[in-house]
Write a protein that binds this ligand. Structure first.
Ligand SMILES: Cc1ncc(COP(=O)(O)O)c(C=O)c1O
Length: 393
């Protein structure tokens, strides 16, 4: 038999490290009675009308391909909603593309922009897939740590220092996974100026912008004067409407980038799933605000988690301003890494969390909890953590 003498796996695929989130999630699945805080996949169901729209589409045979950019009716719905809610106009014909979740929107945008060796600035802590996606496109991720470590939030100066001749884009995520923080208006304004000065594209991942607590205001970089041509907004129905498995996202951006994304879409997924596109028309186009109750649900969960974890010795939860993630500072626990803490916690207390190191060195003394479970499970998980910290310290 012929034997191969070298790996057939490409350098790109070989270079991608499996994410720690999935690793912990898979380990948690193999243990009975685990409280699983790993995935940002809410247990809340989308509204009945949204589900019905998807089912109706299937039953009436609307299950074929759509245009690569997505159904025009959906793009028109997105355009109307963005105008109504954010006072920004994007043409449904040339400035909007529907994607397979925000993830495909991000990937195709990066693929449209990056040539080999181009640098993409990614503020830390960062959504794990950003780094890998930039690498998949042949780019170089430049991870920027906040100078003020306490806040887990970069400022304009931090970004400015990272810009080089090779910088092509800045990838922003505000509100951010995993920190739950929102970039300040001052930082947003400075980044906008830097983008214009250095001719950089800002990719603004705004999937958590409807999940902001305590009515805090939100400034999208796309809304600043003169910025529309420099910004690609990435959005999705996954978090806002709890539609993760529908795999429905969209991008808003300048014509040339959207055209490139649509061209690439033809060769990657052809289009987003059609029943999900009909569900999205219902979710985004209805007079009913389907995402309104979400913030109440998650505010309660955040507060319950915070109150419960106050009882735990040696750890400190940073109350998130947005998202359904909480970062917990474990530096007082005396562990050499967040990975060993997470393994120990899973083994001894049957609670699965993500080690902070997955989001960059800056989070090496943190773990991330996704409070995407019902309240009783959050309380149970928090109590197990408190018990664990008492004995492990
Ligand atoms: C910051 C961020 N962007 C994008 C995504 C992916 O969203 P989607 O399900 O729409 O692909 C996630 C999912 O956790 C996320 O946290």
């Amino acid at each position: 038999m012929h034997t191969r003498n070298k790996s057939r796996i490409s350098k790109v695929a070989d270079g991608i490290a499996p994410s720690m989130i999935r690793k912990l999630f898979n380990m948690a699945k193999s243990i009975d009675d685990v409280v699983d805080f790993t995935l940002g996949d809410p247990d809340v169901q989308p509204h009945e009308n949204i589900k019905k729209a998807a089912c109706d589409a299937i039953m009436s045979g609307k299950t074929r391909y759509s245009q690569n950019a997505g159904l025009l009716e959906l793009r028109e719905t997105i355009s109307r909603r963005v105008k109504e809610k954010d006072s920004l106009y994007y043409s449904p014909l040339t400035e909007i593309a529907v994607t397979v979740g925000a993830m495909e929107g991000l990937y195709l945008t990066l693929l449209s922009l990056i040539d080999d060796g181009d640098e993409v600035i990614i503020p830390a802590p960062y959504y794990v897939n950003y780094k890998q996606m930039v690498e998949m496109c042949g780019g170089i991720p430049i991870i920027v740590n906040p100078s003020d470590k306490e806040t887990l939030l970069v400022n304009g100066e931090d970004i400015s220092r990272a810009i080089t001749e090779r910088t092509k884009a800045i990838l922003l995520n505000s509100p951010a996974n995993p920190s739950g923080r929102i970039l300040t208006d001052e930082t947003i304004n400075t980044i906008a100026k830097l983008a214009i000065e250095h001719d950089l594209t800002v990719i603004s991942d705004e999937v958590y912008r409807k999940l902001i607590y305590d009515s805090k205001p939100y400034l999208s970089i796309a809304s600043l004067l003169g910025m529309k041509d420099y910004v690609v907004v990435i959005n999705s129905l996954s978090k806002e409407f709890c539609m993760t498995g529908y795999r429905l996202g969209y991008i808003l951006g300048p014509e040339d980038i959207v055209a490139a994304v649509v061209k690439l879409q033809e060769n990657v997924a052809a289009c987003a799933p059609l029943p999900s596109q009909y569900a999205a028309i219902e979710a985004l186009g209805s007079r009913i605000d389907y995402s309104e109750q979400m913030i109440d649900t998650f505010t309660k969960r955040r507060d319950v988690l915070f109150d419960e974890l106050k009882q735990a010795e040696g750890i400190r939860m940073i109350k998130p301003e947005a998202t359904f993630y909480a970062m917990i500072d474990i530096s007082g626990m005396g562990y050499d890494s967040s990975v060993s803490f997470a393994y120990d916690l899973l083994e001894k207390a049957r609670v699965a969390v993500v080690p902070g190191i997955s989001y960059g060195d800056i989070c090496k003394d943190f773990i991330r909890i996704a409070f995407t479970l019902e309240e009783s499970k959050i309380i149970e998980g928090a109590r197990r953590i408190a018990m664990f910290t008492k004995t492990a310290k």
